[in-house]
Design a protein around this ligand. Structure first.
Ligand SMILES: Cc1cc2nc3c(=O)[nH]c(=O)nc-3n(C[C@H](O)[C@H](O)[C@H](O)COP(=O)(O)OP(=O)(O)OC[C@H]3O[C@@H](n4cnc5c(N)ncnc54)[C@H](O)[C@@H]3O)c2cc1C
Length: 313
């Protein structure tokens, strides 16, 4: 019977929704236990949030000053120690999890299943390959600890209503001193978070400049959406790279995705595979984005966007 340990992702005292999505993925295996591990300098508030996630058996806390910042080199040995007795160790396939989990797998001498998007059974999983153009079924040899990163866009977050017990762990682990925290820089925005927003408006190379990108921000603000971008728009310097959607950007699953002046390259489409309704605005009727769009507007974005805003009143 499976026992699953999930490493909680958090920032500024808030649990990231990716943790509840990992719980949803773990629940598909109907395991004996799903425990959430919170590593932080102050775990109390985070543990209380994790305990409320439906399906969580126990919340385990590892509180020490070194855990104030999410340094993979510092967290990995603690996760590896806490993993004793578990059949599976899951983390989200976010920047946090992609940084941390390979180190955990290496310390455990275990294989890693990356970008897990579906669970077949306790050792068999599905994951995307070739930028999401093919889905492969992989199986981990029996007897190995399964370390996995969970593709958060593929799972709805587990609901609330849980009341898990909270237990403090005393992980007596020597931590490396070769990696130290210097600074965390992140863009400040009042807009919804791109990774978790219900609506996203994204712009591509066709916007032509950072200045023109205000058309995208303006539409997004009118409908309460987050802003995204293609890699071409990021590379051209129109927007910062934390807005990039796609294979090497963010994998998202909004209910509504509006792609403006984006051709629909496979590397972009892999980031929106799980989006609900896709609307594309492109002047080229042959653009690949129209193959996956639910609604398409063929025309010049510089004409369509102002008209759309005018129509919104
Ligand atoms: C390893 C690798 C990883 C990558 N990862 C990513 C990734 O994560 N995310 C990503 O997005 N890309 C990624 N790419 C790049 C990807 O292949 C494309 O180059 C990129 O997505 C193109 O961006 P775009 O659609 O904005 O630009 P283009 O392909 O240049 O498309 C611009 C579109 O705008 C339309 N257009 C032009 N003018 C107008 C107008 N006035 N009105 C309306 N439409 C107009 C054009 O018809 C065209 O379809 C990756 C590539 C590689 C090799």
């Amino acid at each position: 019977m499976s026992k699953i340990l999930i490493v909680a992702e958090h920032l500024n005292g808030q649990l990231n929704p990716s943790t509840a999505k990992c719980v949803a993925a773990a629940s598909k295996m109907s395991p004996q236990a799903i425990d959430v591990l919170v590593l932080a300098a102050d775990t109390a508030g985070l543990a209380a949030q994790a305990a409320k996630i439906a399906g969580v058996s126990r919340v385990l806390t590892a509180q020490r000053p070194e855990n104030a910042n999410a340094l993979a080199a510092v967290l990995a040995p603690q996760v590896a120690k806490a993993a004793a007795g578990y059949t599976h160790v899951f983390g989200p396939s976010t920047t946090f999890g992609k940084d941390l989990m390979p180190r955990v797998a290496a310390l455990l001498g275990a294989p890693q299943v990356s970008d897990l998007m579906d669970v077949v059974d306790a050792t068999t999983f599905r994951r995307p390959v070739y930028a999401g153009n093919a889905i492969i079924t992989v199986s981990v040899p029996a007897g190995c600890t399964v370390v996995a990163t969970v593709r958060t866009a593929s799972f709805p977050a587990a609901g609330e209503g849980g009341n898990a017990a909270i237990e403090a762990l005393d992980l007596d682990v020597a931590l490396p001193a070769h990696t130290r925290f210097v600074e965390l820089k992140s863009g400040k925005s009042d807009r919804p978070d791109l990774q978790t927003a219900a609506k996203v408006v994204s712009g591509g190379r066709a916007l032509g400049s950072a200045d023109n990108f205000r058309l995208i921000y303006s539409l997004a603000d009118r409908i309460g959406a987050a802003v995204g971008a293609s890699r071409a728009a990021v590379d051209a310097g129109y927007v910062p790279n934390d807005l990039q959607v796609g294979q090497t950007g963010k994998i998202i699953a909004p209910e509504l995705y509006i792609a403006v002046g984006i051709s629909g390259a496979i590397q972009h489409l892999t980031g929106i595979k799980d989006a609900g309704t896709i609307v594309a605005i492109n002047k080229d009727p042959e653009a690949p984005i129209f193959e996956i769009a639910d609604f398409g507007l063929v025309g010049d974005l510089f004409q369509i966007l102002p008209e759309l805003e005018a129509a919104l009143g």
